[in-house]
Design a protein around this ligand. Structure first.
Ligand code: ADE
Length: 265
């Protein structure tokens, strides 16, 4: 496996780059790629920047220039459903571009000439990522997130959700818009600005991908408040510890997974 790890924001990438063994830096096409090993896994870390085009270019470059065989995306997202709360983790099962609308030529949400509205995340990779997320919340969360940050953001018992992520070139801060999207896209759990573009690029190049998002806001008028504080003190920690567990797939993860399965949760 040569794992490409894309982060949308620098704060999320920093810890991973610091943890890399024998990293070297390669600048290409206005992006810096860090090539090395992360917990024994060969990896390339890169910042996509924000938006669907930036994300698709980054994913394609990882595959075509660096030869990555799998792609992980980490970032933050707005809640796409009432059951999803700030501090929860969402792992995509599939992804849709919510601002794609070539109707009446093609059905709403369909990416013209692909025949698809929803692009799948790789099931195996996503399950491994979700297992890492469960293990993070069970084992690392209390120590990783400072008590004052937990209190500030009301993080009590964060959960993992698996479902549909909708991406578009728009920061969502209108609850009416989210309600309409939620009605139009059954199973919606989160909204963000890159995941579905990575999923489309990976689909076209036949590369397995998985997307993890920490919920930073409720996609309402408060969405931008304390956004950077959340990214630094919460989301960056989530991304680091979940990716570490993903890479290590250590004994602990296997044990927790087994006990969760036997408890039927
Ligand atoms: N990423 C984090 N919060 C978001 C929001 N409300 N809309 C789009 N992308 C986001």
């Amino acid at each position: 496996m040569l794992l490409g790890i894309i982060s949308a924001l620098a704060e999320e990438q920093q810890g991973l780059v610091e943890a890399m063994q024998s990293p070297y830096k390669l600048v290409h096409g206005q992006r810096t790629y860090w090539v090395g090993q992360l917990w024994e896994i060969d990896a390339v870390c890169v910042l996509s920047r924000i938006g669907k085009v930036a994300a698709a270019v980054t994913a394609t470059t990882l595959v075509e220039k660096f030869g990555v065989t799998h792609i992980l995306f980490t970032g933050v997202a707005g809640a796409g459903d009432k059951s999803v709360r700030v501090g929860d983790i969402v792992v995509a099962e599939s992804l849709v571009q919510h601002d794609m609308d070539a109707s009446p030529l093609f059905p709403r949400f369909e990416v013209p000439l692909t025949g698809l509205t929803h692009f799948p995340a790789d099931h195996h990779l996503s399950t491994r990522l979700a297992d890492a997320a469960y293990a993070f919340l069970d084992e690392d969360f209390a120590a990783a997130i400072a008590p004052q940050e937990r209190a500030a953001f009301g993080l009590t018992r964060p959960r993992v959700h698996r479902g549909l992520i909708a991406s578009g070139d728009q920061f969502m801060d209108d609850p009416a818009h989210i309600n309409r999207l939620n009605a139009d896209l059954p199973g919606l759990v989160a909204v963000e600005m890159e995941g579905a573009a990575v999923a489309q690029a990976c689909y076209e190049l036949a590369i397995p991908c998985a997307v993890m998002r920490t919920i930073s806001d409720n996609a309402n008028e408060n969405a931008a408040t304390d956004f950077l504080r959340f990214v630094k003190s919460v989301a960056a920690q989530y991304a680091f510890y979940v990716v570490r567990r993903f890479c290590r797939q250590d004994e602990e993860t296997v044990k927790i997974q087994a006990s969760r399965e036997s408890a039927g949760t």
